[in-house]
Design a protein around this ligand. Structure first.
Ligand SMILES: [Zn+2]
Length: 355
């Protein structure tokens, strides 16, 4: 398990509502203002770096890197997901002109053991059956995307994805023209129980795809069906006509169907962690309950929401209490909200870059 990062500032009484964007801004200034300034100056001077995000499925890779970007500099940093890239290519292949351009690019830039036509077929099939694409192909495609993005700092999500790909990261920045840029492994540790509950209680709006959590991240509108004695989340996205959020098919099983995948992800994180020559940042989602008071402020902990129906006023009351989960060692723990994890990300990256 990774070291616990202390975000508590002794003697500080101020509380923040971390779900509120304005308060979140103030929170970051207070807890990491010095480091935020250093990083912004670093980017203003034209510097950049590459981050490889390594964490289990649903560990919050996207959430953390997007929040880091929002806090530091949205113009100069980008979250780059291999999965999104492949989905984008799927669309390109359906367009005759773009398809031809892609084939020409691969003819120039791909070095590997497959014929180009074979690669195109693999890319097309991927959307339904998802076999692993050859690493040499991924590298060529990533190179193409990076050329489009000039010299931005990248948080790469989804590469390395397999044990043999770890070795490639060692040469990656040379391959893509990041020759002098530092690169960093960001390793994320999230208890499987947290991933499990995130899946089991996930609710999605069928209209706008807004994704929330019945227990951990409700919408602002909740409805009660007195016949079924059930509570429902209603979509509160202003761009959406609204409606009930529903579970995604298969989610009720939690992590059970993805156990193998999680095991593989864990192995990958271990491998990355044992690698010399590349700096590492450790992010930890949970803190044992017994250590929380020393390391965290109360408002940095993820609460659990539950609901009561006031029959007289015909209104749903939303209540909250601390959410206690068992970590992978079986210790009673609290799960952190994203902002304190991002504070530790900001501070560790500043240190790794010697700013
Ligand atoms: Zn909606």
């Amino acid at each position: 398990m990774f070291p616990i990062f202390k975000t508590k500032i002794a003697g500080l009484k101020k509380k923040f509502d971390l779900n509120n964007p304005q308060e979140r801004k103030k929170y970051f200034q207070l807890k990491a203002g010095k480091e935020i300034k250093k990083l912004r100056d670093y980017f203003k001077k034209g510097n950049s770096f590459v981050v490889y995000l390594l964490g289990k499925k649903n560990s919050g890779k996207g959430t953390y890197s997007k929040m880091f970007t929002e806090v530091i500099d949205p113009e100069r940093i980008e979250h780059f997901s291999i999965g999104d890239m492949i989905r984008g290519i799927d669309k390109e292949l359906k367009d005759k002109k773009k398809r031809q351009e892609l084939i020409e690019f691969l003819e120039k830039n791909y070095r590997g053991w497959r014929r180009i036509q074979e690669l195109v077929t693999l890319l097309e099939r991927r959307s339904t059956t998802a076999p692993l694409l050859p690493t040499e192909l991924i590298l060529a495609l990533v190179k193409r995307e990076i050329q489009k993005r000039k010299k931005k700092t990248l948080f790469i999500d989804g590469f390395p994805r397999d044990l043999d790909q770890i070795n490639f990261t060692l040469f990656f920045r040379d391959l893509i023209g990041y020759r002098d840029d530092p690169d960093i492994f960001v390793l994320i540790d999230v208890p499987e129980k947290v991933i499990d509950e995130r899946m089991k209680y996930r609710r999605v709006c069928p209209t706008c795809q807004t994704s929330r959590n019945f227990k951990l991240l409700p919408t602002s509108k909740i409805e009660y069906n007195s016949k079924k004695k059930e509570f429902y989340l209603l979509c509160d996205n202003p761009q959406c006509k609204g409606g009930r959020l529903v579970p995604k098919e298969g989610d009720e099983k939690g992590i059970k169907p993805i156990k193998e995948r999680l095991k593989k992800d864990e192995k990958l994180i271990d491998q990355a962690n044992s690698l010399y020559g590349i700096p590492k940042v450790y992010l930890r989602n949970s803190v044992p309950k017994s250590k929380a008071r020393e390391y965290l402020d109360d408002y940095e902990i993820t609460p659990e929401y539950y609901y009561e129906f006031d029959a007289k006023k015909k209104k749903v009351r939303v209540q909250e209490k601390p959410w206690i989960v068992l970590d992978d060692e079986g210790k009673k723990s609290y799960s952190l909200l994203p902002p304190p994890v991002v504070v530790s990300l900001i501070k560790q990256i500043t240190k790794v870059l010697n700013l």
